[in-house]
Design a protein around this ligand. Structure first.
Ligand code: GLV
Ligand code: MN
Ligand code: MN
Length: 432
């Protein structure tokens, strides 16, 4: 309780600090052209037709991206450490040898990823370090730029694996044993690409963690705002569902004799839409992956494997969604004479960021003359895991058309610039 009060007092002092109070010979500034050039150079790795990227976690493309990031960190004089789950941390010394301010995000992508999801936060952090170097500035606290392993979770579940291990939320050995959609394990692939480092995840305990990210949704753009001060992250449940029926002839098997796994998968997908409507605006339900066996035009499907992603910012509603899905699966199994098995891939409760960090982001944006609102995140992020370890928060900038996890993901240069300035100045306050 006393610690909490001390912390609150410290954060109140941070909030009342003005940007002019950093006592630096030349105020550091983000060079937006340099940031955009770096984004373009990095995004040649794993480039897809249409403008996006595929750098699935621990793939050859992720490997090449990591190598480039480490080279850039070295060039800026950051001390690079790779930990045993492959998180890359570039540290910049402060005037005092105390807990650092950490910032960053991830450089892996989904299979049809855009150019900014994750990478923007990491390269804005790199630009922040370069801007400080140019200004000849040393902060009181050390700084630590991080790129976490496998934030996306598309290849290996759960998502945010690197930050989860870093924050002590799952054991390293359990993460190593996770098998991906292509049958390889995290441990094998980390070693193959040379990023199973020597340091223990969690080796550097931050004073605070701040993550800059694109919004990936439509709110800021719809309201004509530039900065989002993220209040917290949605709760999420990922489940893999296997429906087993019986393969049979498509032309000769009457409907009443079918045990059709494809039909059941279709019913589950349709149910998810009804579930989302039934539970209201904050409930999200998605079947992102469906595989049929034997997947032939004239054979009734014997087996369907699909994934369900349920999200809600309200923990009680999320539990209700899970219960309703379970009841639907029982009903379908009985009605269609199939068996249905489920496997949990991820489950995280909603996270609320401390008000001190949310207020810090808001105050910094306002001081820079940028419009800002508070909002929750419907996407998962590394900050959600880091919140277990230290006061954490996020800064959002608008996504054009609210589009993300799509090769056409876009954010305007002026918004990339604004977000990086907010990151720089909020980090300076935390590090002062
Ligand atoms: C991570 O990108 C997620 O929200 O699925
Ligand atoms: Mn991301
Ligand atoms: Mn993503």
């Amino acid at each position: 309780m006393r610690c909490q009060m001390l912390r609150d007092a410290r954060f109140r002092a941070l909030l009342s600090m003005r940007l002019s109070e950093f006592a630096m010979p030349t105020p550091p500034h983000i060079n937006c052209e340099r940031l955009i050039d770096r984004l373009a150079t990095f995004n040649r790795i794993g480039a897809l037709p249409g403008g996006g990227n595929c750098r699935l976690a621990l793939s050859d493309e992720d490997h090449a991206g990591r190598d480039l990031l480490v080279r850039w960190m070295d060039e800026l004089g950051l001390a690079v450490t790779v930990d045993a789950i492959g998180n890359i941390i570039g540290a910049r010394s402060g005037r005092e040898d105390i807990a650092p301010v950490m910032f960053g995000s991830h450089v892996d992508t989904v299979g049809t990823g855009g150019r900014y999801d994750g990478l923007y936060g990491v390269l804005a952090g790199l630009e922040l370090c370069e801007a400080l170097g140019e200004a000849g500035a040393t902060t009181r606290r050390p700084l630590a730029l991080v790129a976490f392993t496998n934030e996306e979770g598309s290849r290996f579940a759960p998502y945010a694996m690197g930050s989860l291990v870093y924050a002590g939320g799952t054991a390293l050995e359990a993460a190593y044993a996770v098998r991906g959609i292509d049958g390889k394990t995290v441990g094998e692939e980390l070693k193959r690409i040379g990023y199973a480092g020597a340091a223990n995840p969690g080796w550097l305990k931050p004073y605070a963690y701040l993550e800059l990210h694109i919004e990936q949704g439509p709110i800021l753009e719809d309201e004509g705002l530039v900065i989002g001060a993220v209040e917290g992250i949605t709760g999420l449940i990922w489940t893999e569902i296997t429906v087993t029926g019986r393969a049979a002839h498509a032309g000769t098997t009457p409907i009443h004799l079918r045990r059709d796994a494809a039909y059941v998968a279709g019913e589950i997908v349709a149910f998810l839409r009804r579930l989302a409507h039934g539970l209201g605006g904050h409930q999200r339900c998605t079947a992102g992956r469906i595989e049929l066996y034997p997947n032939l035009v004239n054979v009734i499907a014997e087996r369907a494997v699909l994934t369900v992603d349920l999200r809600n910012t309200d923990a009680t509603q999320l539990q209700a969604a899970q219960r309703e899905l379970a009841a639907c699966l029982d009903r379908l199994a009985a009605q269609e004479n199939v068996t249905i098995a489920t496997r949990s891939l991820a489950r995280f409760e909603p996270v609320a960021f401390p008000d001190e960090i949310v207020s810090l982001v808001e105050a910094t944006a306002r001081e820079l003359g940028l419009s800002c609102r508070r909002l929750p995140s419907g996407a998962g992020h590394d900050a959600q895991m880091m919140a277990r370890l230290c006061p954490s928060g996020m800064i959002f900038v608008p996504s054009v058309g609210g589009l993300s996890h799509n090769v056409r993901e876009e954010t305007k240069p002026e918004h990339l610039h604004a977000g990086a300035e907010v990151l720089l100045n909020a980090v300076l306050k935390l590090a002062a």
